[in-house]
Design a protein around this ligand. Structure first.
Ligand SMILES: [Zn+2]
Length: 90
């Protein structure tokens, strides 16, 4: 489940896997591959929403964008998120 995020600090556009989120104090965090800036902090339920959203991308992409908008992310650290087509490995 890959998705791309643009770091608001260094503008690095990275490809991330949902499995790269690190669990810490009941939250899941994702850091920039380039400058280690914190890109994403989500709760367990939000993480589940993202996983479900990514799982649906092959079927109906617009739904994912709406699902992501509904997440209550901190405005200061929110990043531009782009969901591309995700394909399972053969
Ligand atoms: Zn960065």
């Amino acid at each position: 489940m890959l998705f791309s995020l643009i770091c608001p600090k260094c503008l690095h556009k990275g490809k991330y896997n949902i499995a790269q989120l690190n669990e810490e104090n009941d939250y899941w965090r994702l850091f920039c591959q380039n400058c280690n800036h914190e890109l994403l902090v989500v709760s367990h339920s939000e993480r589940e929403q993202i996983i479900q959203g990514l799982a649906l991308t092959e079927k109906y992409v617009p739904d994912i964008l709406n699902a992501y908008k509904n997440l209550d992310l901190d405005k200061d650290t929110s990043s531009k998120v782009e969901f591309g087509r995700v394909r399972e490995k053969d």
